[in-house]
Structures are given as C-alpha cells and as structure tokens.
Design a binder for this molecule. Structure first.
Ligand code: SAH
Length: 489
C-alpha cells in the first residue's frame, strides 16, 4: 500500500487553491462541501468562482502564485495547467511541510483525491495511487450502483440511537444488534423511505435483543423475506434494490424464469434453491405453491434472509400476493421489490409501444392460461384503441385469437409474439389475429412468450428490432401501410 486513506476534518480550516479555472472549481466545490475556508490565488476566476468571491464565500487573491500565499494554509491544491507553476507550488508547500495535491500529477503531490461514493455520513473513497484514475472511477460506479441511495439516512438513523443502545445493551450484544438493524427489516424499511415501519421494526429488534440477553435459552431471531422481481431475463434489467438485497440474502428461492445471469448477481455463498413450477402444476421435480410457502416460512424461522426471486414483477402473474399473504399470516416481515414485468421488457425489446397516440390509449395484461370457468370479458378485450398483452398464452394461441375474433375483433388486427424477450435468442413474430397462431406453430415458438394484440403490434417494424421471424414482406408492408380507418371494428 503506497498511500494511507484518511478522512480529514476540514471545517473552517484554511485551504489554499492555486488556479481559478474549471478544474480548480471542481476541487473547490468538494472542499466547500466539507466547510473548508478557501483562498484562491489566480489572475482570473471562472464566472461561478468570481460570483462566489463577490458573495464572500471564498477569498480571491488576484495574483500569480508566490510562496508567501502559503502563509496560514493547512492544505494546498495546485490546479493550474502550467507545469512550471504547479512545480513551484509543490516545492514551496513541501518546504513548509504542507500537504499538497497537484491535480493529475502524482509526482508533485503528497496526497490525492480519491473517487468518492457519497452517502454522508457514510463515505466510500477509492484510490489507485494516482496510477489509474479511470479504473478508480469505474469501481466507484459499481459501488455507486450497489449502495442504496438512502444509506446516509440509515447511517443517521443508527447514529441517533447509538447512545441509547449503549445504555440498554451489553457491549457483546451491541454489534450483532446493529448488524441486524442495518441488514434486516429496519434497514430495509429506512431504505424504502418507510420511517414509521422502520421505527416499529427497530423497537421489535431492540425488545428481542433485550429478551435474548435476559433469557438463558436465547430468543430465536426472526428472518425475513424479500419478494424480488428479477425482470424479464436480461440481468442488466434488475433494479438496484433487487441487486442490493440479492447481495444480502442467505438463501435464494428462484423460479424457472430466472436466468443464471441473474442468479450470478447474488451473494456467492448464498444457498440457492430451485422452486420452479411447470404451468402452475407440481410434478416430480417441481415445487407446488404450498411447498414454496412452507419453504419461505421454514427458512425465515431459522433467522435467515430469504430472497424469493421471481421472473418479471412479483405482483404481475407472479403469485407474489399469495406469498405476501402467507408471510403476513405467519408474522414474517417481508419487502416487495418491483421488477420489470415481461410485457414492458418485451415491448421495449421489440420496439412496440404499449400505448400510442390514438391507436392505444390503454393497455391490459391478461393471463392466456385458460381458467376452468373463464371470467375474462372477451368483448372488452376485443374493443379498439387498446393494447392487450397475454401472458402464459403460447399453448392456447388458437383459442385466444378465436375468442377475440368471435367477440368482434377484426381478423386483420395486428398481433405480435415475443419469445424470450430481452434474452439471447429473442424472436419477434408479427402477424394478425387470423395468422399469428399458424405462424407461431410454423416457427415453433415456445414459452416464455407473450402475445400482444392491437394496432401497436404493427409498429414493431419501426424499431429495427433484430432476430425477427416474420410474415412475408408483402403482408408486413400491408400492416405498416397507413390506415385511414384505424379503428374499423
Ligand atoms: N411475473 C412475471 C410473469 C410470470 S407468468 C412477469 O411479471 O413478467 C409467466 C409468463 O410471463 C410466461 O408464460 C410469458 O408469457 C411471460 N414471460 C416471462 N418472461 C418472458 C420473456 N422473457 N419473454 C416473453 N415472455 C415472458
């Protein structure tokens, strides 16, 4: 290690900045955030700095640098584009044993500015010894994505209670307590902006810690469950919160629709449990919904953090509601993390806008999986000016199309099938209500795939979406031709 990372207290501390250009300005902004008292030596200032000088927010010495300017300073920054001047500042500062940073010049510097992830009061600083600032910034971006935006709020929440906990818990009990607060329900609530929920979870955690301390057996800490939407397949479409909680979870229960690339983003040492279902039925190797509920409760009761990872969004044909009900019934805390549902992923990937000016003013997500007694309002689904997206419908395409047409939708109404949306091998198939089922059969379309019905389905061609299996060009052109009577049915 070539440099020791330390955090300087600079409130009201005199700092000298040599140079008044854009680079100096950026350093000055940073120094102002920590309350340093800044003097700038430069013949000229940027307009923003000049304004600050006029407002008395910094002191401006309109001059070329001279060693006397260092008088009283406790830290020096040279941010000019003149090597000779930077060298002179560096030499003068070193002669007075003052810490000096020459921007982008490690040779002339005794300290340098790290890349920062600011979740004040929590700060992450990343350095590369001035050798690869680009790499340091890249690492910063990774950490930036991983750390919740409200981490500072959590740090303040914990800080405000630190003193009280010192009186309530024995030293040995404090660290595990704070770990549970930070990584458990309390933390999750604070990060989600639910202050009242956080307060309740915190009180419960505190009571539990006191109980554990006073009982010989020790109370069993309750785990918790994260119902996480994994998005349509592409791992980059995970939300930041999904990523953060996947990094925390001890156990991950995942579906058939969750690809390996998404699982890879979870904690390396987490236990991974496959609980996939095939068309909602349980067979030899698959898990029934009741078994999934049992597993969730089982793991949470062991005090573990359980991620229940589902394709798309947990609350869109994901049975997330049933799992949430089950957890609530058993008094197990849970958090729901939304995901990009397949319809949204597919729409973007195929270039099909789900709503589009007068062509579609509403969008409906429907299950294409026929229920024993079909309660769908087919007449409503067959009406114009809308987009209807069928999930789980591949096996029943002829049935769906026939029902729509019987209910009044016209045969030439555009329809699109998107198979494996956002995943490698994605295919987009376009046709009409009358043709799409046969086209799908010919192309051997299989699950997961979505059917989109409505005028917007003809717009897919505009996207430049690749990997498309299509109707013959003539039919496609016909679908694209401007229609005078868009809503002819
Ligand atoms: N909760 C999920 C839906 C689960 S139901 C969500 O919000 O997306 C399963 C159905 O979703 C599949 O039968 C298919 O219709 C659709 N689906 C899921 N992932 C898909 C994908 N990558 N491409 C196309 N359809 C997909």
């Amino acid at each position: 290690m070539d440099h020791l990372p330390i955090f300087l207290q600079l409130r009201a501390v005199p700092v000298l900045v040599v140079g008044g250009g854009r680079i100096a300005q950026r350093k000055i902004e940073l120094l102002q955030r920590v309350g340093a008292r800044i003097t700038v030596v430069a013949p000229e200032l940027t307009p923003a700095l000049a304004q600050q000088a006029a407002a008395g927010q910094l002191e401006h010495r309109e001059a070329r640098f001279a060693p006397e300017h260092l008088e009283g300073a406790q830290l020096v920054i040279a941010a000019t584009n003149l090597k000779s001047l930077n060298t002179a500042v560096s030499q003068a500062a070193r002669a007075r044993v003052l810490p000096i940073n020459v921007v982008d010049d490690p040779e002339l510097s005794t300290f340098y500015f790290p890349a920062i992830v600011d979740r004040a009061p929590l700060i992450v600083a990343i350095g590369s010894g001035g050798r690869a600032p680009v790499l340091a910034r890249w690492v910063r971006e990774q950490i930036e994505a991983l750390l919740p935006a409200a981490l500072g709020t959590l740090a303040r929440f914990m800080g405000a209670r630190r003193e009280a906990v010192r009186h309530l818990l024995a030293p040995a009990a404090r660290r595990p307590f704070w770990e549970r607060v930070a990584r458990g329900t309390t933390g999750a609530r604070v990060l989600a902006g639910d202050t009242a929920g956080a307060e309740r979870a915190y009180e419960r955690e505190l009571r539990m810690a006191q109980l554990t301390a006073s009982s010989a057996t020790g109370a069993q800490h309750l785990g918790e469950v994260y119902l996480i939407g994994a998005g349509p397949g592409d791992a980059d479409l995970l939300t930041l919160r999904a990523l953060q909680l996947l990094q925390q979870a001890d156990v991950i229960l995942y579906d058939r629709l969750v690809p390996a690339a998404v699982l890879e983003r979870s904690r390396r040492d987490a236990e991974r449990v496959f609980v996939g279902k095939q068309s909602g039925r349980s067979s030899g190797e698959t898990t029934s919904q009741a078994q999934i509920h049992e597993l969730l409760v089982h793991y949470a009761r062991q005090g573990l953090r359980v991620a229940r990872l589902k394709g798309g969004d947990p609350f869109v044909f994901g049975r997330g509601g049933e799992e949430a009900e089950c957890l609530a019934r058993h008094g197990i805390p849970y958090v729901v993390v939304p995901g990009i549902t397949a319809a949204l992923g597919a729409a973007a990937a195929a270039g099909i806008p789900l709503t589009h000016r007068e062509a579609a003013q509403s969008v409906t997500f429907v299950t294409g999986h026929p229920l024993k007694d079909d309660t769908l309002d087919w007449r409503a689904l067959a009406r114009g000016h809308q987009t209807v997206v069928f999930y789980m419908g591949v096996a029943h395409l002829p049935h769906i199309c026939a029902r729509l047409m019987a209910a009044g939708a016209r045969e030439s109404l555009p329809a699109a099938l998107i198979e494996r949306a956002t995943l490698p091998g994605q295919r987009v198939l376009r046709g009409t209500l009358a043709s799409i089922a046969a086209l799908a059969e010919r192309a051997h379309i299989s699950a997961p795939a979505l059917l989109m019905v409505g005028e917007v389905a003809a717009l897919a061609q505009l996207s430049g979406a690749s990997d498309s299996a299509d109707e013959p060009a003539a039919e496609r052109a016909a679908a694209l031709r401007p229609r005078e009577s868009v809503h002819e049915w």
